[in-house]
Design a protein around this ligand. Sequence first.
Ligand SMILES: Cc1cc2nc3c(=O)[nH]c(=O)nc-3n(C[C@H](O)[C@H](O)[C@H](O)COP(=O)(O)OP(=O)(O)OC[C@H]3O[C@@H](n4cnc5c(N)ncnc54)[C@H](O)[C@@H]3O)c2cc1C
Length: 469
Amino acid sequence: MNGSYVAETRVRAAAPTRKVRRVPIPRVWPVKASDFYALLGGNALLIAGMWIRHGNLRELTTPAGIFTAIGELCALYGTYLVLIQLILMSRNPWLDQVFGQDRITDAHRWVGFGAIWLLVFHAIFTTVGFGMGVNTSPVDEAIALLTTYPYVLWSAAALGLFIFVGVSSVRAARRRVSYETWYAIHLYTYLAIALGFLHQIFVGVDFTTDQLATLYWIALYVVAFGILLAFRFGQPIAVTSRHRFRVANVVEEAPGVTSIYLTGRDLDLLPVRAGQWFRLRFLTSGDWYKAHPFSISAAPNGRYLRFTVKDLGDHTGRLQRIRVGTQVMLEGPYGAFTGLARRKARVLMIAGGIGITPLRALLEELPASRGNLTLIYRASSPQEVVFREELDQLASLRGATVHYLVGRRGSREMPTDPLEPRALRRLVPDLHERDIYICGPAGMMERVLSGLRWLRIPSAQIHYERFSF
Ligand SMILES: Cc1cc2nc3c(=O)[nH]c(=O)nc-3n(C[C@H](O)[C@H](O)[C@H](O)COP(=O)(O)OP(=O)(O)OC[C@H]3O[C@@H](n4cnc5c(N)ncnc54)[C@H](O)[C@@H]3O)c2cc1C
């Protein structure tokens, strides 16, 4: 008998005895991308209005005035982008629903770099503008500002911290540091925001003389931090105290791949869909301070949540030996990689390696009729294939087709890429009539996505989940 089914029996015995109800599906919020853009655009206009109201247009008559006014505009919009960053980092379910994690991560990267550049320009333009006004060189003016102006040294420290965080996020640098180090560096952003705030409120010309502008600016900070605190701390604390998750069973699925079953109170009332993921914080002495993302690997059933973890580093290595009974905090669920994204009745799922986890859950949950579900599971060796028995059983129960493409690319048995567009079309001839769900290693996903573009599959039919941010 397969290990997972042994586990299932044990978990069932440990689960509440009351009748299992249908698991509620996560709420679909009535928000659209255009609502967010309108809100962001509206505030951007208010900021421009504030800058004009403070007489900056009149300053544009002399070179010194032009530099100073531009410097000020850069400070306002640079800070505005920093506050948008806080909201992008808040793990807000509305944003997640509308844009998906991938686009949020992309936006986070670009908004972050935009904010840093604007703040750098603020420092340069303001220093040069002030210097021109009193006929001093930019260097002398910078020294005078740093040594005599209140809060300027603080803001210089803030800018230094922002630049440090930005440099650590450049892809080449990001690859060299562990996720934890990169995350810890990001915490300096909060210190930088606090220092910058004091500088702005106490010496910013837009705020020292205009109470209304000060109130508006403080309100922007309150809203951004409020959203961050509500979703980063409030939501996980509420979900965890409601459901009291703990590890009920740990089952080895394959070498270095383990399923962790969580049970808890009233799991039948936890809204979640197949294809979604949570951030899990295991409350042990070594791991309580880190939350790592994992997709559910079985459709929600109201009795337990199953996560299947591949040993890829420190944390995932320790999870292979996590003790039954360990308490767990959950943040989420997140992700739009669900049946809700579907446009067509027929679905093709393409999994690579541990990317099978959300697709295994989707294979169980998506509506099945007359062979509409097909799964392609790509692995480089037979040992890498997890859930083989489960997948075969699900396929025969649900009338689905599973193709296992196992072998190293370029080897004698697999000389060419079995996922290249023509091979894919041979395997699944009605590709254009299907929604395509993809999850796997970054390289495989890029190749499949570009192949699907080459085949001119409409992008609305393509859905994917990346396992790295
Ligand atoms: C949406 C999503 C769903 C995922 N689902 C699964 C799953 O079902 N099963 C599974 O085995 N893995 C899954 N992962 C990947 C898993 O989160 C990482 O493998 C794990 O966090 C690695 O941690 P580590 O300390 O062991 O390894 P490290 O050596 O620290 O990292 C290995 C890799 O994982 C990335 N990573 C590390 N920590 C995090 C983090 N907290 N957030 C994002 N990326 C991180 C790093 O950038 C690095 O590329 C998922 C990732 C994401 C983003």
